[in-house]
Design a protein around this ligand. Structure first.
Ligand code: 48H
Length: 263
């Protein structure tokens, strides 16, 4: 008989490990300090900074993978760019880059994305992927106090064969980092609680400063971050460059820390 390489563990232990650990963590994060909807660059950097500051933070992401638009720089080419001074965040993450023209830095998308995801996880961010934001939880004076979520595949099934009610996760603050969709802000708009715009035409030199400037609490309990800021306030888009997203995520984390009384 050949010598066994692996431990004597079978199917039931594997299944129990997955179900048990998922349920334990889910149960723990039914109540958190901050829920970030959207695991793109702005959401992940916000999550990293919050978790680093000791905040209990959960990222809700509808896709299987994290990173949003950060894998691909633009035009299906996987080189991402940042304009100065955002290369300092690439330095923090340990992402190698080249300065192709003064003030413009280029890195490999997959490398940058992997480092960003790793940094968020290392800091303690917990993630629900394949999970779709569905609605907000509202409390007194329509303050946002959590999110209603469902499995992403449920939304892809025909209505007549799926009648799956969602569940809710409570949190002190919610961050809308859902990119162009601004899904959380738009949900408040549908309920007549917030006026949203649509992002404007491209003007890179103007847009990134404006995005960072406008990052903040758009409605009690709701902070907007990244491209969602452009959508909510009708700011020009910036095209395939990510410095504004990273600095907006950092600003969002600062705002959340202040709201939580931690700054
Ligand atoms: C759960 C959701 C839901 C939902 C969306 O698009 P992202 O990368 O967003 P940002 O703001 O971090 O970065 C934007 C950047 O990638 C970009 O597109 C730029 C700079 N464009 C400029 C231009 O001119 O177009 O990530 C958002 C994430 C994605 O992973 C989505 O899957 C996720 O949010 N998401 N997750 N429930 N309802 N909606």
């Amino acid at each position: 008989m050949t010598k066994k390489i692996f431990s004597a563990v079978g199917e039931k232990e594997v299944t129990r490990a997955i179900v048990g650990e998922y349920a334990r963590q889910f149960n723990e994060y039914v109540e958190s300090d901050a829920v970030i909807v959207g695991g793109g660059p702005s959401g992940l950097i916000a999550g990293r900074d919050l978790a680093t500051a000791g905040v209990k933070v959960l990222v809700v992401e509808r896709n299987n993978y994290l990173g949003g638009g950060f894998w691909i720089g633009g035009f299906l080419l996987n080189k991402i760019t940042v304009r100065g001074p955002a290369e300092s965040i690439l330095d923090e993450l340990g992402v190698p880059y080249t300065e192709t023209t003064p003030g413009l830095f280029v890195a490999d998308g997959p490398h940058a994305c992997a480092k960003l995801i790793g940094a968020a996880c290392d800091a303690g961010v917990k993630i629900l992927n394949m999970t779709l934001f569905d609605d907000v939880v509202l409390r007194e004076n329509n303050r946002v106090a959590g999110v209603v979520i469902n499995w992403t595949p449920v939304s892809a099934l025909p209505r007549e064969i799926t009648c799956v009610d969602p569940v809710a996760m409570e949190s002190k603050v919610v961050v809308d980092a859902t990119g162009h969709d601004a899904s959380v802000a738009k949900c408040l708009e549908r309920r007549g609680l917030l006026k949203c715009s649509t992002y404007g035409a491209m003007w890179v030199e103007r847009s990134e400063d404006l995005v960072v400037e406008h990052t903040g609490e758009a409605h009690p309990g709701l902070v907007v971050s990244g491209m969602a800021v452009s959508t909510v306030y009708g700011l020009p888009r910036m095209g395939p460059t990510f410095g504004g997203m990273l600095l907006s995520g950092k600003r969002a984390a600062e705002v959340v820390l202040k709201m939580l009384g931690k700054k």
